[in-house]
Design a protein around this ligand. Structure first.
Ligand SMILES: [Zn+2]
Ligand SMILES: [Zn+2]
Length: 355
C-alpha cells in the first residue's frame, strides 16, 4: 500500500537553506519580474518571514519557469498536426480508414488506442529516469524535490490504477462520445485557423472546468472520498497524473476535455491533437522534473507539495483569483537568495584576488 507520508530516499533529507540575515533587499519580485501582490509573510522591510520550504531549492530546477519554450512546444504540436493534415496522403489515409473501419470504430478504438499509447510511451520514458540510477543522474539537477523518490512497490500501485482508469473510465466515456456525438473522420481536414481555434477553445474549457472541479474536490466534504488519493504523492511522478479515484478521473480529468470536444465538434484529428497534448502536459507537470524546453512543472508540483494553491492547468485562473500567492512569494524568495549567494561569492572572489 502507498503510505500517506512522503517518500524519503537515501536516508538524508536535505535541510532547507537558512534565511539570509540581510534585510536590505529590494521589494520581492515574482517570476515575471512584477511585484508580488499580497504577501502575508513579508513585512515592509522585505525580509522573508514565512515558512521554509524544502521545495525547488536547486536553482537548476527553476531555470524552466514560465518561459518561451513551453509556448514554442505548444505551437509546435499544433503546427505539426496542421502540417500532417495538409499532406495529400493524410486525406487519402482518412478516407481509406473510414471506408475500412467506419467512423464509429475510429472514434472509439482509434481514440482509445492512440491516446493510451501516447500516455504509456511518455510515462515509461519518465519512469526509466525515475528508476534507473544512471539515467536519473542525468536529470537529477532538474528534480524539484530531489530527496524524494518513488519505490517499485509504489510504482506497481500507480500503474494498476492507471490501467483501471484507462479501461473502466476512459474507454466508456470515449464510447459515449463515439456513440452519440461522433467526430468527422473524412478527408475534409481543417486548416490553420480552425486547428488553432479548436485548440484554444478546448483549452479554455479545460482551464475553466478543471480549475472549478479541482477546487470543489478540495472541499473538506469531498476531499477524502474523491481527491485525497491523488495527493498521496507530495512529490509526484509522471504516471501519478492519473493515479486517482474513478470519480476524479470522470469529473476532473476527462469531463472538461469532453465538454470542449462535444461543444466544438472538431475533426477527429484535432480531438486527438488536444487529447495527446494534454497528456504530454500532465505527464510532464507531474514528473517532478522541471527540464528546460518542456512544460513548466513548478506550478502543479507546488500544488502537490503545498495542497492549497495552483489549482488550474495553465495558471491563468490562479492568477486572476489569487490562488498562487505563496507560490509566487516563495519563488521570489528563492530568486533573492540566488542573487544574494551570487553577490556574496563575487565579493569573496574579489577579496581573494586583491589580497
Ligand atoms: Zn488537488
Ligand atoms: Zn496532480
Amino acid at each position: 500500500m502507498i503510505s500517506d507520508s512522503p517518500i524519503i530516499m537515501g536516508g538524508a533529507v536535505r535541510r532547507p537553506a537558512p534565511a539570509p540575515a540581510s534585510a536590505s533587499m529590494s521589494p520581492l519580485k515574482n517570476g515575471n519580474g512584477k511585484d508580488a501582490k499580497a504577501d502575508d509573510n513579508k513585512p515592509a522591510g522585505g525580509t522573508y518571514k514565512g515558512k521554509e520550504h524544502n521545495w525547488a531549492l536547486q536553482a537548476s530546477a527553476r531555470i524552466n519557469q514560465d518561459g518561451i519554450w513551453q509556448h514554442v512546444l505548444t505551437v509546435g504540436i499544433i503546427y505539426l498536426t496542421y502540417w500532417i493534415n495538409q499532406q495529400p496522403a493524410t486525406g487519402q489515409l482518412y478516407d481509406s480508414l473510414t471506408a475500412k473501419y467506419g467512423t464509429f470504430n475510429i472514434n472509439l478504438w482509434g481514440t482509445w488506442i492512440v491516446s493510451s499509447a501516447v500516455y504509456w510511451i511518455i510515462g515509461l520514458i519518465f519512469m526509466a529516469f525515475d528508476m534507473n540510477d544512471t539515467l536519473h543522474a542525468t536529470v537529477a539537477r532538474f528534480k524539484i524535490q530531489p530527496d524524494r523518490r518513488i519505490t517499485w512497490q509504489e510504482y506497481r500501485q500507480v500503474l494498476r490504477c492507471v490501467l483501471k482508469n484507462q479501461i473502466f473510465v476512459n474507454l466508456p466515456l470515449i464510447y459515449l462520445v463515439a456513440r452519440f456525438s461522433p467526430l468527422d473522420t473524412s478527408s475534409n481536414l481543417p486548416g490553420w485557423w480552425k486547428t488553432f481555434g479548436v485548440y484554444f477553445g478546448c483549452m479554455f474549457c479545460e482551464e475553466a472546468g478543471f480549475y472549478s472541479v479541482h477546487r470543489l474536490v478540495h472541499h473538506p466534504k469531498l476531499y477524502a472520498r474523491v481527491h485525497k488519493m491523488h495527493h498521496q504523492f507530495t512529490a509526484p511522478v509522471a504516471f501519478a497524473s492519473t493515479y486517482c479515484t474513478m470519480a476524479e478521473q470522470v469529473f476532473s480529468n476527462i469531463g472538461p476535455i469532453a465538454i470542449g470536444i462535444v461543444l466544438m465538434r472538431p475533426h477527429w484529428s484535432l480531438m486527438i491533437l488536444f487529447f495527446c497534448s494534454l497528456e504530454i502536459g500532465t505527464l510532464t507537470t507531474h514528473s517532478d522534473y522541471n527540464i528546460p524546453g518542456l512544460y513548466d512543472a513548478l506550478v502543479h508540483d507546488w500544488h502537490h507539495y503545498a495542497f492549497t494553491e495552483n489549482f488550474g492547468p495553465t495558471g491563468l485562473l490562479d492568477d486572476i483569483l489569487g490562488t498562487n500567492k505563496q507560490f509566487k512569494v516563495w519563488l521570489s524568495e528563492l530568486r533573492r537568495r540566488d542573487n544574494e549567494g551570487w553577490r556574496r561569492s563575487a565579493r569573496e572572489a574579489l577579496a581573494e584576488a586583491t589580497q
